[in-house]
Design a binder for this molecule. Structure first.
Ligand code: 13P
Ligand code: SF4
Length: 318
């Protein structure tokens, strides 16, 4: 047994420098979501929301992609660019939405609604994507729903996004898979109302995965990129943010004077509004992933082919 490795004593002193060196040596490109730790975002070649990262993964030419995000994002990258190995720092980085919609159960749900088209949020497994007509992200969901005018439509797997998107697109007849994000669902509407009284000057920016009672109090509802852009557009105005606070890093880099307050959670004693999956990725795991060339996310070829069509369609329409 390699004892130093087993004891975790093989960690270089300057992790950042070691990661950059390995990245260069191995021809790797690092993609990171806005919910990653700041130090991971700072080492990435591309930092973005799920749509931007899917696009980057499709277009990239390199020897390997290291995806610092959650499993469904890395899987989407592997589907879009099958010629390039996609590595992840932590294979356990899942997502409550993707995990709460198992392909077999979703197949039965679709079968209960003959003739319905299927629009799936990108936060889903390859198996569920393969059963879909079109994929969407939070930044293009309204537009994607509008492409199904007059058609019976299933929306999965986020019930909160479905409710918001249905309202925006004038559809109250969506057939909805009742999943939820364990991070966004736990923002407290009551706590937010109190906070707004303390900060009457602040604008409230929220992600559409939040509960309706939170969205009702928001001045602006958008994807992570939308929230970041909105916060930057008014650098002198305090912002209360109802999404994972990983987005603070990009905002503060561009507007260091900005006052940012995270919307309160239901339980103020825990960090429930930090995504426990996203935060599994650390600098140390990123280093090991580059050094050891793994873990790697793979998708069986036939499944990847089926899942590719609706993702590519979304990218063409976006
Ligand atoms: P975005 O598409 O806004 O980046 O959201 C991804 C996500 O997982 C939100 O919880
Ligand atoms: Fe999934 Fe929610 Fe985490 Fe986003 S924040 S990756 S939707 S669990």
């Amino acid at each position: 047994m390699d004892l130093p490795k087993a004891l975790g004593l093989d960690r270089p002193e300057d992790l950042e420098a070691a990661i950059l060196e390995l990245k260069r040596e191995k021809g790797a490109v690092i993609l990171a979501h806005f919910y990653q730790e700041s130090e991971v975002q700072d080492l990435a070649d591309v930092v973005g929301d799920s749509l931007a990262l899917a696009r980057a993964a499709q277009e990239i030419e390199c020897e390997r992609i290291v995806f610092c995000g959650v499993h469904f994002m890395a899987e989407t990258a592997a589907i879009l660019n099958p010629g390039i190995p996609v590595l992840v720092p932590d294979m356990e980085a899942g997502c409550s939405l993707a995990d709460g919609c198992p392909p077999e159960e979703f197949k039965a749900f679709v079968a209960e609604h003959p003739g319905a088209k299927v629009l799936t949020y990108i936060n889903a497994s390859a198996g569920v994507k393969a059963m879909s007509d079109l994929i969407c992200t939070s930044s293009n969901a309204v537009k994607m729903v509008e492409t199904f005018k007059g058609e019976k439509l299933i929306f999965a797997p986020d019930r909160h996004l479905a409710r918001w998107v249905g309202k925006e697109a004038g559809r109250d007849d969506l057939i909805v898979w009742q999943g939820a994000c364990i991070v966004h669902e736990l923002f407290s509407a009551k706590g937010l109302a109190k906070l707004k009284i303390q900060h009457p000057e602040a604008e409230v920016l929220a992600h559409p995965e939040c509960d309706q009672a939170v969205l009702d109090q928001a001045d602006f509802i958008a994807s992570t990129t939308g929230i970041i852009n909105c916060a930057i557009a008014e650098p002198n105005r305090t912002a209360i943010i109802a999404t994972e606070d990983g987005v603070f890093h990009s905002i503060m880099k561009q507007c260091p004077e900005k006052v940012l307050i995270q919307a309160p959670g239901m339980d103020e004693s825990c960090e429930c509004n930090r995504c426990p999956y996203m935060r599994l990725n650390t600098l140390e795991k990123l280093y090991r992933c580059l050094r050891d060339d793994g873990p790697q996310v793979t998708v069986p070829e036939e499944l990847a082919k089926k899942a590719l069509r609706p993702i590519e369609r979304m990218l063409e329409l976006s």
